[in-house]
Design a protein around this ligand. Structure first.
Ligand code: F3S
Length: 280
């Protein structure tokens, strides 16, 4: 079997930075209690190594009274910083600079009396975090019907979840522009995501099957699956790790493409490639 790896597979700049910062700071502060507000990234192996260093994953700061708290690359609502400050907790902030930029835009425009719209998944931590920079007053737009909630006569600021698909974003922006005259649009889709999706799509058109590696709850991995399915719907396969490769199904293909979400370490990608190469 011939195996081709898509460009821009695996860790993005933001995730690499988050992991490096978290491990460095935790090692430096071994004598203190270390917590992570939610799992650092959508990758069980990386989360486990951090736990092995003594980091406890917590859902909120309610029962935390001392030590360090890691804020993950998805970012958190503004109030979390205030709570941590009041409790004199030390924040290890690994919010991706691209997400930080969105938080700042939302805060600035909310203060200027704009309605805020976030194109994205209302349950994704990044979107929940961004919404927390305008007192949770943003209107989250996931599908065209959500646009009914926007007041067309008021000025509107629109931002986008970094991992949003470009196609869906463009469709929704067109509808928003038709409804609202006074509109400021910030295309905040992350370039890493865009490049990864474009490269995956282009590879999918050249191979018999695509294998996409990444966490089940990783939004950018799901988007990779969607763009590849648009090209080869019956031969796009999503796995979390090498153990999930279905050799019996894959052995019918001659050329297989591989790509991976932003939270997938290189060693996980290599394991999959090696196993695929051994087929036939
Ligand atoms: Fe940041 Fe983009 Fe990665 S927003 S965390 S560099 S996917």
């Amino acid at each position: 079997m011939k195996v081709l790896l898509a460009d821009y597979s695996g860790f993005c700049f933001g995730v690499t930075k988050a992991i490096d910062t978290a491990f460095e700071e935790v090692k430096r502060n071994k004598d203190k209690a270390n917590y992570s507000l939610g799992p650092l990234i959508h990758n069980p192996q990386v989360v486990k190594s951090l736990e092995d260093e003594g980091v406890k994953i917590v859902e909120d700061l309610e029962n935390i009274h001392e030590g360090n708290v890691i804020i993950r690359s998805h970012g958190v609502p503004e109030k979390i910083y205030k709570i941590a400050e009041d409790k004199q907790l030390n924040i290890i902030d690994t919010t991706c600079p691209f997400v930080r930029r969105i938080q700042k835009i939302v805060k600035e425009y909310y203060d200027k009396d704009y309605q805020i719209a976030i194109i994205g998944n209302p349950h994704h931590p990044e979107v929940v975090g961004i919404n927390g920079w305008c007192y949770d007053r943003a209107i989250i737009i996931q599908e065209p019907s959500d646009i009914d909630k926007i007041d067309g006569n008021q000025k509107l600021c629109v931002v986008v979840q970094t991992t949003m698909s470009l196609k869906v974003y463009k469709e929704l922006i067109q509808l928003l522009k038709a409804k609202v005259k006074d509109i400021e649009v910030f295309d905040t889709i992350c370039h890493a995501t865009r490049h990864r999706q474009d490269a995956a799509k282009s590879l999918a058109s050249k191979v018999d099957a695509m294998v996409i590696i990444g966490g089940n709850n990783s939004s950018n991995t799901q988007k990779l699956v969607t763009v590849c399915k648009e090209v080869i719907p019956d031969s796009t396969f999503h796995i979390e790790s090498v153990d999930e490769l279905d050799i019996d199904v894959l052995k019918q293909y001659e050329v297989v493409g591989v790509t991976a979400g932003a939270s997938t370490p290189i060693w996980v990608i290599n394991e999959v490639i090696e196993k695929l190469k051994k087929i036939n």
